[in-house]
Write a protein that binds this ligand. Structure first.
Ligand SMILES: [Zn+2]
Length: 313
């Protein structure tokens, strides 16, 4: 279901509307999930065999698992939702150096937050959480920053690129929940009652220069700038976290990739480790991946359609 939508923003000097001419989605997943062939019963049986034989299964997930929750995948890849200044991905160095870049980033993030934070796990997230509960899943690594695995109850989890639901101070390192920051934004910008009625097809948020310049961004108690706890372009994953995941991969006996094309090296390197260890690798992703030739099993199905069909016992 597509429809036109608009954001209503109330500014200090009266009220104006921002019309978003692009088409938007209202809870429809069709817009974000690529088309896939119908489920092949033989493929389902092969994945079932793979899972049944696994005793220490490591699962790595990417943007493809969250499209069925309404998140366009090309946005969460690498940098996370709303991690852009207008059309360009935000650069870690620019964010650190420039107060105007941070102001623009947070204004957009503020507008997008109500929808983003309300997104819910889909059957694929619930299936993996269930596998953990039943002792099937040894460890879960995600490249996503949407917290949907946590919302589904997964605990044996590493968020490789961090999480949008946490904010940290670049000066003293203090962490606060993103929801708390939203309240501070609202208090500092009382006339900025922004309501997102949907998401543009590319998930973008449009704001004028004037709007951005009027947006007030709070600092940490120490005066330091705040940043979401996610890895932007030009930044690297914490080496301790990388080592930790390498150890989990080496302890595992099989690897299942769910919804990732493995184009990003931060995830791909664990495939290389699994390959070195000669672990069997299965890949569930609509479309080709960087590691199709390393996989003993490749499935082009919707994650939320296929995973709940697998018996983890
Ligand atoms: Zn601080």
């Amino acid at each position: 279901t597509k429809m036109n939508c608009r954001w209503t923003l109330r500014a200090a000097k009266g009220r104006w509307m921002v019309n978003i001419s692009q088409q938007c989605s209202h809870g429809s997943i069709g817009l974000f999930v690529p088309p896939s062939p119908p489920l092949d019963p033989e493929k389902i049986r092969e994945l079932q065999r793979f899972i049944t034989l696994s005793k220490r299964l490591l699962v790595m997930t990417g943007a493809g698992i969250s499209t069925e929750s309404g998140i366009p995948d090309y946005r969460s890849e690498k940098v996370g939702l709303y991690a852009r200044t207008d059309r360009k991905p935000i650069q870690h160095g620019d964010f650190l150096r420039s107060a105007p870049v941070r102001q623009r980033y947070w204004a957009r993030n503020f507008v997008g937050w109500p929808r983003f934070s309300s997104l819910q796990p889909n059957p694929a997230h619930w299936a993996l959480s269930n596998w953990e509960r039943l002792g099937k899943l040894y460890w879960l690594v995600t490249q996503n920053v949407d917290a949907l695995h946590t919302k589904a109850g997964s605990q044996r989890l590493t968020e490789l690129h961090g999480c949008m639901h946490r904010v940290l101070c670049l000066n003293c390192g203090e962490q606060i929940p993103r929801g708390v920051l939203q309240e501070r934004f609202e208090a500092l910008n009382p006339t900025w009652s922004a309501e997102a009625h949907g998401l543009a097809p590319d998930g973008d948020v449009f704001l004028t220069e004037e709007q951005v310049r009027s947006f007030r961004v709070p600092s940490c108690r120490c005066g330091g700038p705040l940043k979401p706890d996610v890895v932007f372009f030009g930044d690297t994953v914490n080496p301790d976290k990388v080592d930790f995941v390498h150890r989990r991969v080496k302890e595992a006996d099989s690897l299942l990739v769910v919804g990732s094309s493995l184009q990003v090296y931060s995830g791909y390197r664990f495939i290389l480790t699994a390959r070195e260890k000669k672990l069997p690798i299965a890949i569930l992703n609509i479309g080709p991946t960087r590691s199709d030739d390393l996989a003993c099993l490749k499935l082009d199905s919707r994650c939320g359609e296929l995973l709940p069909l697998i018996d983890p016992c």
